[in-house]
Design a protein around this ligand. Structure first.
Ligand SMILES: *Cc1c(COP(=O)(O)O)cnc(C)c1O
Length: 382
């Protein structure tokens, strides 16, 4: 261990989206990658050409990018209004901050609220892992509560007790995903009522990474809650995971702080151009959403018929399944086995929180996913 490194960092491992426990096993090179909830589709050729042209003709790679992001923020404001069907404009660019992926915004929010032992964060597991990971790398303590095992609702009594009893440091930020990952359930009305009841000295982070699939958003309520921030990303429905662009919508005073905290040129010129082109071409990009939702319904319906599986409803572009409890076998070993067999057969899914998170892919990928799951289960005695 290098003697100049902060001692608490020794216990962490670097984030690996594809943990490779199986280097020895034969894994096909052409995998269906339905493990990271990206869109299965690249940008349509006409948008890619536009981006290539922009790069060729307009982007000066010797110059720093536009560090103020004004044009992009303006386009985001327009999209936010349109997508929430807001009849009159609620937001301006003063309500928007953009990040190098929403991951950067999560880190900025943590720095702005909790760093230096000023606050802890509250998360309800299972949920998106980055909140806790980023908090821990900043030395921020994470208070974890559990979700209901059958419907993944947050136990609000436990949550409220955690808020009231956590000291040194107190809870300063609550993170929720709407709909949640990896379990795909939207916030319930009880959870929403609880979030609305939280006092103004607690920041409420509502991550709407999957908004385009759920079509439910809380932006309409944002102005009533200066302690709320909504996170969005271009990594999912907008097909730009490789460009790293996320944004948030919040009270101008919070935005001003985030602008202070971030790196001055946090977004490359190419990423800014890509996000602008994606927003301009949003009609084309979002046309694929109904297909994703229909494919999701098919995955859920087919897998629900398999008695070996427990399958949940989904408001996102992925589904969550578990193996049915079976008293004589080891659930965990069976799940790992299923995950590994699927991989060997060419379908990469995410094994997480005692289940599998499966992204809705192209119709062809989904057909293969279904075939491979059914075949593996039929050949095993789980
Ligand atoms: C995918 C995802 C994001 C997106 O992160 P980026 O850094 O913008 O790629 C954010 N939150 C959740 C819950 C996600 O699943």
């Amino acid at each position: 261990m290098l003697p100049f490194i902060r001692s608490d960092l020794t216990q962490f491992t670097a984030y690996k989206p594809h943990p490779s426990s199986d280097t020895a096993a034969a894994v096909p090179t052409e995998l269906d990658r339905v493990d990271t909830n990206e869109s299965p589709y690249d940008l349509p050729p006409q948008l890619k050409e536009k981006l290539a042209w922009t790069y060729q003709e307009l982007i000066e790679s010797n110059r720093y990018p536009d560090g103020g992001h004004e044009k992009l923020k303006q386009a985001i404001v327009e999209y936010v209004h349109e997508s929430a069907s807001l009849s009159h404009p609620l937001f301006t660019i003063e309500n928007i901050s953009v990040g190098n992926g929403s991951d950067e915004l999560i880190r900025s929010l943590l720095i702005a609220t909790c760093l230096g032992r000023e606050g802890s964060i509250l998360v309800a597991q299972p949920t998106f892992s980055m909140y806790a990971i980023l908090a821990q790398t900043l030395g921020i303590s994470v208070v974890t509560i559990n979700r209901d095992k059958s419907n993944f609702a947050i136990d609000l009594k436990v949550a409220q007790t955690a808020i009231e009893n956590t000291q040194n440091p107190p809870i300063r930020a609550v993170f929720v995903v709407h709909p949640n990952s990896p379990t795909a359930n939207p916030l319930t009305s009880a959870e929403l009522a609880w979030l609305r009841s939280l006092p103004e000295h607690i920041l409420v982070v509502i991550d709407e990474a999957y908004f385009e699939f759920s079509q439910t958003t809380l932006v309409g309520e944002l102005l009533q809650h200066p302690n709320w921030v909504i996170l969005r990303t271009f990594s999912k429905a907008f097909r730009l995971a490789g460009m790293r662009v996320g944004y948030c919508i919040a009270h101008p005073e919070l935005i001003a702080i985030l602008e202070k905290v971030r790196l001055p040129y946090n977004l490359p010129s190419f990423s800014i151009a890509a996000a602008l082109i994606a927003l301009e071409g949003r009609q084309l990009l979002l046309e694929s959403i109904p297909q994703t939702l229909a494919q999701r319904a098919k995955l859920i319906e087919t897998l629900s018929q398999n008695p070996a599986l427990q399958v949940w409803d989904s408001a996102a572009n992925f589904i969550f399944v578990r193996l049915q409890a079976n008293s004589c076998d080891s659930q965990d070993a069976n799940l790992k086995n299923l995950h590994q067999k699927l991989k060997e057969n060419g379908t990469l899914v995410r094994e997480i929180n005692g289940g599998l998170r499966i992204t809705v892919g192209t119709p062809e990928e989904n057909t293969r996913t279904l075939q491979r799951i059914q075949a593996t289960l039929a050949n095993s005695h789980f």
